[in-house]
Design a protein around this ligand. Structure first.
Ligand code: COA
Length: 330
């Protein structure tokens, strides 16, 4: 089977930290509520660093860890819901900064499942185009620019950051299960800029079915997302394993989307897998959307939790509503 070998990983975590007590200064909340309901303690906010900058720093680290030359990167997939520009893509910005000129470069948006979508996509490109030697999959999120700091139910959850991997095709096990349910678009969204075209006469004609809210901030129906997540997460992992007849308990380490410790615990229980197999670092980062899984992966590799030969399951869910799992050998 054609697998995907991770040659190097990297991450970027902004220095600015915001504790639960800091959150309590701006909304009616407290450390105990946040810890018990989410498991989170600290999140990192960018202090002016743009998405492309965070992605670049993470990519440079991944390139160094892989020991490759940036000119040999043939594909850059940047996953983000918080690009700095509508155009050019963040991938082109990162490409410019790392010096991988000539590679394919594009952004994809699958929200918090984005990195797993991108990881899977990289393999498909590598399998169909022999001229691509290495691919860079980088996730960068400046989520705090979307966060509604008047909504205590959501603002406490999110943080900023980036992470990247350099991959190449190699013999090995690989399976994925990826999808979306657009019926859930209304449960988690942030509206794009409202058109300023002065000739529009009927802005309200085309209803998008989204609830009215504070436009351009992230809206979240926490309970609906929670319900979806606790089903989608185990389902994606199990379906990916099933595709190749793998027993889910043969996975050595699960790197789940770091959205809420209760979601991860429920998913583990529903899958019949011990929580010990789940790598969790959300207490230090909060939810960094598509960057959350690769930040955790980089953390798990650098701290020795993930070792060469381990079977890894990356599994996430997010706005869309999307879900994605990929199982491979590290
Ligand atoms: N501090 C204190 N109280 C809070 C609070 C906060 N930060 N946020 C909400 N509350 C209150 C609510 O107002 C509610 O009060 P009420 O009972 O008086 O109405 C109470 O806590 C319970 O709210 P509820 O929404 O039922 O809490 P919950 O246990 O479902 O936890 C979330 C809320 C957001 C943590 C949880 O629903 C969740 O994690 N959802 C998924 C979110 C997610 O993963 N998003 C990203 C997806 S990629």
């Amino acid at each position: 089977m054609q697998g995907l070998k991770i040659l190097g990983t990297g991450s970027y975590t902004p220095e600015l930290t915001v504790t639960n007590d800091d959150m309590a200064k701006i909304v009616d909340t407290n450390d105990e509520w946040i810890k018990t309901r989410t498991g989170m303690s600290v999140r990192h906010y960018n202090n002016g660093e743009p998405s492309w900058y965070m992605g670049t720093m993470a990519s440079k680290q991944a390139i160094e860890a892989a020991g490759i030359s940036p000119e040999d990167i043939g594909l850059i997939i940047d996953t983000t819901i918080t690009p700095d520009f509508h155009t050019p893509s963040t991938a082109c910005m990162v490409q410019r900064e790392i010096g991988a000129i000539g590679s394919i470069a594009m952004d994809i948006n699958a929200a918090c499942s984005g990195f797993v979508y991108g990881f899977d996509m990289a393999r498909r490109y590598l399998m169909t185009d022999e001229s691509i030697k290495y691919a860079l999959v980088v996730a960068n999120e400046d989520l705090t620019k979307l966060v509604d700091f008047q909504d205590r139910g959501s603002c406490i959850l999110f943080g900023d950051g980036a992470a990247a991997v350099i991959v190449e095709l190699s013999e090995g096990m690989f399976t994925s299960f990826i999808g979306a349910d657009g019926n859930g678009t209304k449960y988690l969204f942030a509206r794009a800029a409202v058109p300023q075209n002065p000739f529009i006469t009927d802005r309200k004609k085309y209803s998008d079915g989204m609830p009215e809210g504070r436009d351009q901030y992230l809206f979240q129906d926490g309970r609906e997302v929670y319900k979806f997540a606790t089903k989608a997460l185990p389902n994606a992992a199990l379906k990916a394993a099933e595709k190749i007849g793998l027993d889910i308990n043969d996975v050595d380490v699960f790197i789940p989307h770091q959205a809420n410790i209760r979601i991860i615990e429920t998913a583990a229980k529903n899958m019949g897998v011990s929580m010990d197999k789940f790598f969790v670092n959300l207490h230090e980062h909060g939810n960094t959307s598509s960057a959350s899984i690769p930040i955790a992966l980089d953390d798990a590799i650098r701290t020795g939790r993930v070792k060469r030969g381990d079977k890894i399951c990356l599994v996430g869910f997010g706005a869309g509503l999307t879900y994605a799992a990929a199982i491979f050998e590290y």
